[in-house]
Design a protein around this ligand. Structure first.
Ligand code: WQD
Length: 334
């Protein structure tokens, strides 16, 4: 198939590009390079032997997207592009609503104009909000208790896709709710490398390991969890990429929704210990106050994806830490 990846030079997009190219698909990438680097294209080429065609286009550049779709002849769009810094979204809500929601509306209008009827959307477990339960299934309510505009934009886009599917019977959408992506490609050539100041645990651990940040602040150790620190469902980015391939092979008219996670929760201190085992070095950290909006524990119930897509995670935290360390040594010259 001919597939457009919006945000395809990003962390998850680039790993998905590799998996799709390895399967022989014709992949093109659109990205504004706000939070990724164009050199990722060379890394994809080094891994796969194929350098995807690239368009430096922003979701708000309607003319640029129109020109790209006119040339493209895409069968499917996998939509990764979007701003994703939870804290920044609280400070700059209009930026997030305009870019993520407005940009997605631009994309959907462009798809309609150019008769592209299939989309896979990069959503997030954050749409579940706080529900007092820790294992999430796809039938649970969404949009209630979301603590930040970033999460709201993911929820709104899910609702937009559902309404478009109601209006257009031949529209096919898959919503993939990611939990916490971690790890790097086994080649050591691709990994999480944000341009902006990271919010997420693993890129911060990486910067502490590189000495760019003096120590990790562990946000709270008084939660009702195994060791008092927050617990999340950390999914290896290559498993996540393969989840997109599995979803692509099972698309139908309407909207299908799947959690992409391991089904297991790991605490912050367990992640620190796993990183130390992989690196052979102590990671400096201190206990800090809880971060507003954080949940104590959340993980996926991934059985629907396993049953309907024939997909489940195969890699674990140890694999993710080993691959992250290799990436750090290779690309970051640690
Ligand atoms: C994980 C755990 C923190 C940083 C968010 C979004 C989600 C998705 C992933 C984008 C928590 C703790 C973190 C630090 C810490 N979006 N932590 N010190 O908040 O679960 O999910 O990012 O890709 O939609 O909601 O991820 O990595 O920020 O936090 O102790 O410096 O690590 O308290 O328990 P989160 P996270």
């Amino acid at each position: 198939m001919k597939i457009l990846l919006t945000g395809g030079t990003g962390y998850i997009g680039s790993h998905t590009a590799v998996e799709l190219i390895k399967l022989g698909h014709d992949v093109e990438i659109m990205d504004n390079l706000f939070n990724s680097k164009i050199t990722v294209l060379d890394k994809i080429a080094e891994i796969t032997g194929v350098k995807p065609k690239f368009y430096q286009v922003d979701l708000l550049d309607v003319n640029g997207m129109d020109k790209m779709f006119a040339e493209g002849g895409y069968d499917l769009v996998i939509h990764f592009a979007g701003l994703k810094a939870v804290g920044e979204s609280v400070e700059k809500p209009l930026l997030y609503y305009k870019n993520n929601v407005g940009g997605t509306i631009n994309l959907l209008e462009c798809m309609k104009k150019h008769n592209v009827k299939k989309i896979i959307f990069s959503s997030s477990a954050t749409v579940y909000g706080e529900q007092g339960v820790t294992e999430m299934t796809e039938d649970m309510q969404t949009g209630v208790g979301i603590t930040n505009p970033y999460g709201e934009t993911k929820f709104m886009i899910e609702e937009i896709l559902k309404d478009v599917a109601k209006a257009e019977p031949d529209f096919e959408a898959v919503i993939l709710r990611y939990f916490n992506p971690v790890g790097a490609h086994e080649s050591g050539l691709l990994g999480e490398d944000p341009n902006d100041i990271p919010n997420n645990l693993m890129p911060i651990i990486m910067k502490v390991s590189l000495g760019e940040i003096p120590e990790l602040s562990v946000y709270g150790d008084d939660y009702d969890t195994v060791d008092g620190t927050g617990m999340r469902d950390y999914i290896h980015v290559v498993d996540l990429a393969r989840g997109h391939v599995a979803a692509m092979n099972k698309m139908n008219p309407g909207v299908s929704i799947y959690n992409l996670g391991t089904g297991r929760a790991t605490s912050v201190l367990e992640m620190v210990a796993a990183f130390e085992r992989a690196s052979g070095e102590k990671l400096p950290y201190k206990i800090a106050p809880r971060r507003p909006g954080d949940l104590a524990k959340i993980c996926a119930n991934p059985t629907k994806a396993e049953k309907e897509l024939g997909w489940k995670t195969e890699l674990d935290i140890e694999d993710a830490m080993r691959d992250t360390i290799r990436y750090l040594k290779n690309v970051k010259k640690k």
